[in-house]
Design a protein around this ligand. Structure first.
Ligand SMILES: [Zn+2]
Length: 298
């Protein structure tokens, strides 16, 4: 059996180097009236194992940005006149699902020229080698995530990295520019992408957030990374918050409100930093708990 035992759908097959066990059900934090624990946040992000691999109806988000991911793993297609950009290939087994979504929207999978990623975890970037094989896309990755990506070898495939990016570097294709921002902590190279789109004659800032979920236990390096990231993400311009898991931006609720001449529900500046609020509260609670159990460690 290729599939490992799985709680919340986070374990990949053996040898993939990525398997998250069930996190603890403490500490608990309450943000904007909702209570979270590390376990409930992971469950919110991943849903069931089926959710992680089941197509969510592909849809236009705003401007030239489309959703082509599953129910719980985001994948974004950015369409330009010179070909398209894909952000997050997710699990390798999801690549046919993403391809189907791209085609259902009327685009060609082979028009993907650049493959970007949120972070070096298998549920977000395991499919990179297969996407490159099928499209010939250039794979670009934040320098700090390259070692972890290189260790990701589904079926023995080498993880492709054609261009190494630095914090603040831009990626441009067909008139669209995405900026790679290092928002480390969840992984060392966790990348938040920003871009600008136009819709209805107005320009909007789009922010594709990288997970800010605390790893446990927290090491001094990661504590420093997360402290910087929580402060930094709140400085990013944002009208349209997106994230590497749809639950981070309430995709299902917003999707249900699409259409019929109503305002685009994905324009939601008021909630751009809610995910940072939730994850920072959790990070501080985990840190406090950790310091109480092992005083002096940090
Ligand atoms: Zn992750």
């Amino acid at each position: 059996m290729r599939q490992a035992v799985l709680i919340f759908g986070l374990c990949l097959g053996a040898g993939m180097g990525y398997c998250q066990g069930q996190p603890p059900d403490h500490p608990a934090v309450t943000v904007r009236g909702r209570t979270y624990t590390p376990r409930s946040i992971l469950s919110r992000n991943m849903g069931t194992p089926e959710d992680a691999t089941t197509q969510f109806p592909p849809h236009k988000i705003i401007g030239n940005i489309y959703y082509v991911g599953t129910k719980t793993l985001s994948s974004f297609l950015i369409v330009t006149r010179d070909g398209n950009i894909l952000v997050d290939s997710t699990y390798e087994r999801n690549v046919p699902v993403i391809r189907k979504s791209v085609e259902q929207l009327g685009f060609k999978f082979s028009d993907i020229k650049i493959l970007l990623g949120s972070h070096a975890h298998g549920d977000h970037q395991e499919g990179d080698a297969l996407v490159k094989e099928l499209t010939g896309a250039q794979v670009m990755a934040m320098a700090e995530d390259v070692p972890a990506l290189k260790a990701m070898k589904p079926g023995g495939k080498e993880h492709p990295v054609d261009k190494v990016l630095r914090d603040g570097e831009s990626v441009t294709l067909g008139g669209t520019t995405l900026v790679a921002h290092l928002t480390a902590g969840h992984t060392h190279g966790c990348t938040t992408w920003t871009t600008r789109v136009e819709e209805g004659g107005k320009a909007y800032n789009v922010m594709i957030g990288c997970s800010l979920r605390s790893p446990q236990p927290l090491t001094p390096d990661v504590i420093a990374e997360m402290n910087r990231s929580f402060k930094f993400v709140r400085t990013l311009p944002c009208d349209v918050p997106l994230g590497d898991h749809p639950a981070q931006y309430s995709m299902t609720d917003k999707y249900a409100k699409l259409g019929n001449g109503r305002p685009n529900p994905f324009i939601d500046a008021a909630n751009c930093y809610v995910e940072a609020d939730i994850q920072e509260a959790m990070f501080r609670a985990i840190l406090e708990e950790q310091q109480k159990s092992a005083p002096g460690r940090q």
